[in-house]
Design a protein around this ligand. Structure first.
Ligand code: ZN
Length: 180
């Protein structure tokens, strides 16, 4: 007896197909391949989607998310901006010129560091020097911040500047795989 579903031969008196288990004298079912295809379609459409169509996987992966190193660079940039403005204010208010200098340098590097994370496409000119630039920022502000924290006339907000240098250093180490 031939199975109308999968085509396997079974014993004449059997009720069910020995291969696929279909009832042998039942009306013919659609062939297996078609049934599998139909099942997949059904599974794919479940659960029913309400509302606007969801974006496909490719579209979703185009949305960028920050990694931890970038977040640390961003924090460092914000700290530098904040300390930079304070120093510029002190410099303008008549404190020694190094306050103003530290203020300007910290503000510029803070902006660069934020821009490198937030709009990498627009900073493509700097992108080539990003590695060097980041190391310079880390070292410069670790040392300058330390000096400002302990020296009386080097600059204000030394602690914040050290924190910025440290944040950049940690970001660098993360990116280079030195820490996880
Ligand atoms: Zn069968």
């Amino acid at each position: 007896m031939k199975c109308s579903r999968c085509g396997a031969e079974s014993a004449e008196d059997s009720t069910y197909c020995s291969e696929c288990g279909a009832i042998l004298d039942a009306p013919p079912l659609p062939p297996l391949a078609a049934e599998e295809e139909r099942t997949e379609t059904t599974v794919g459409a479940y659960p029913p989607v309400f509302g606007p169509p969801r974006p496909s996987y490719q579209e979703r992966s185009a949305v960028r998310s920050l990694n931890l190193a970038e977040l640390l660079f961003l924090i460092s940039g914000i700290l530098l901006l904040s300390a930079g403005f304070q120093n510029m204010g002190a410099g303008v208010a008549g404190l020694p010129v190094q306050f103003l200098l530290l203020g300007i340098v910290a503000t510029i590097f803070g902006l660069v560091q934020i821009a490198l994370v937030v709009m990498p496409g627009m900073m493509s000119g700097l992108e080539r020097f990003r590695g060097t630039l980041t190391i310079v920022i880390a070292l410069l502000f670790l040392i300058w911040g330390m000096a400002a924290a302990f020296g009386p006339n080097v600059g204000a907000n030394g602690g914040m500047i050290v924190a910025a240098g440290l944040s950049t250093t940690l970001g660098l180490m993360l990116r280079e795989g030195m820490i996880r």
